[in-house]
Design a binder for this molecule. Structure first.
Ligand code: SF4
Length: 336
């Protein structure tokens, strides 16, 4: 049986009045600039989106942007009521939202269940208490563990988000965070390498030279090593790097750090390079690689980066052939 296509209907809910002041977030600065979405607008957004999807598509309403369970209860419930109407009409198959680990408890989870919420994503960011404190997150790694456990006990699907490259983070701490996240058995993860947004505390630290963000190359390298850790445990990676539209919608102005509109493709390209390099071990001469047509551009790399690097390693010419019978991650090599 063919698996269904998937569509998210994103609805940006700013956390107006958020009492926290995370180092990377400009929510305080954009409050007043960003209007809170109304239930009527949510209704319009969902009805327009569901009218356009075909019957072979599974649709989810996704409330994102802030800490959904931290916003005022009546307002939050008014938005959920609209989303639930579409769930009841079977026009929408799920409701997902993102929030902070310290905004999860039994009462909240019961409330979310009653509105048909299916997926909860937690902004974990780091599982290192020192990194969390340095970035003024206002919660501990233990609170994340407790929240993740409770979400699973209530049978929600669990998503966890991490931010490599925060103030005080190291490569070692990033990998420890990934390992701790894996232990929490999420259904999916998002990896957002830290970027510097105007008006944030990280921005101030960056200007004073106390904070140096990851370069795009470093972030790609780190993610290329993180990806296999999650995939081998069957944890889906649903996003790497912020989308250009996230940045625009959320009023973010990126000043520094590893922001790239095709960040995910850069990581895929690096993973394929590592695989190809492995295959060349002990071989020299011209080489012909065969990959799926959809993988070709990632295999070749930005500005033919991978071809150049592989050619240097092999000491010969590199040719790339396509075979649509190959899986997306499949690569073979013949060296002459
Ligand atoms: S990241 Fe979330 S919790 Fe932190 S300041 Fe921004 S809105 Fe508040």
């Amino acid at each position: 049986m063919m698996s269904k296509k998937h569509k998210n209907i994103p609805i940006f809910v700013p956390h107006i009045g958020c009492p926290n002041d995370c180092s990377f977030c400009n929510q305080k600065k954009i409050t007043g600039v960003t209007e809170a979405v109304t239930p009527e607008e949510v209704d319009r957004i969902i009805s327009e989106a569901v009218a356009l999807v075909s019957s072979d598509t599974e649709v989810e309403v996704a409330f994102f942007g802030g800490s959904f369970t931290g916003i005022e209860k009546n307002y939050r419930n008014s938005l959920l009521t609209v989303a639930k109407k579409y769930v009841d009409l079977k026009k929408v198959q799920g409701i997902r939202l993102s929030t902070r680990p310290d905004y999860i408890d039994d009462e909240i989870l019961n409330e979310l269940k009653s509105f048909g919420v299916t997926d909860i994503e937690l902004g974990v960011q780091s599982m290192d208490d020192e990194v969390l404190a340095k970035n003024r997150r206002g919660h501990t790694a233990q609170q994340t563990k407790n929240a993740a456990k409770l979400i699973k006990e209530y049978n929600f699907r669990l998503g966890l988000q991490m931010m490599p490259g925060l103030f005080g983070d190291t490569k070692e701490k990033t990998f420890e965070t990934a390992k701790s996240i894996i232990k929490l058995e999420p259904d999916c993860v998002r990896i957002y390498p830290t970027i510097v947004i105007r008006g944030t505390w990280l921005h101030e630290l960056f200007i004073s030279g106390k904070y140096i963000p990851l370069t795009t190359d470093e972030a790609v390298e780190i993610c290329a090593e993180l990806v296999p850790l999650f995939l081998e445990k069957n944890i889906k990676i649903i996003r790497m790097g912020l989308m250009a539209t996230d940045v625009i919608n959320e009023g973010k102005e990126v000043l520094a750090g590893p922001f790239h509109p095709s960040f995910g493709e850069l990581v895929e390209s690096e993973i394929l390079f590592k695989k190809a390099r492995e295959m060349l071990k002990g071989k020299t001469g011209d080489a012909v690689f065969t990959v799926n047509p959809k993988t070709v551009s990632a295999f070749i790399g930005n500005k033919k980066k991978n071809i150049k690097r592989l050619s240097e390693i092999a000491g010969g010419k590199i040719k790339v052939c396509q075979n649509e019978n190959y899986g997306r991650k499949e690569v073979t090599v013949v060296v002459s």
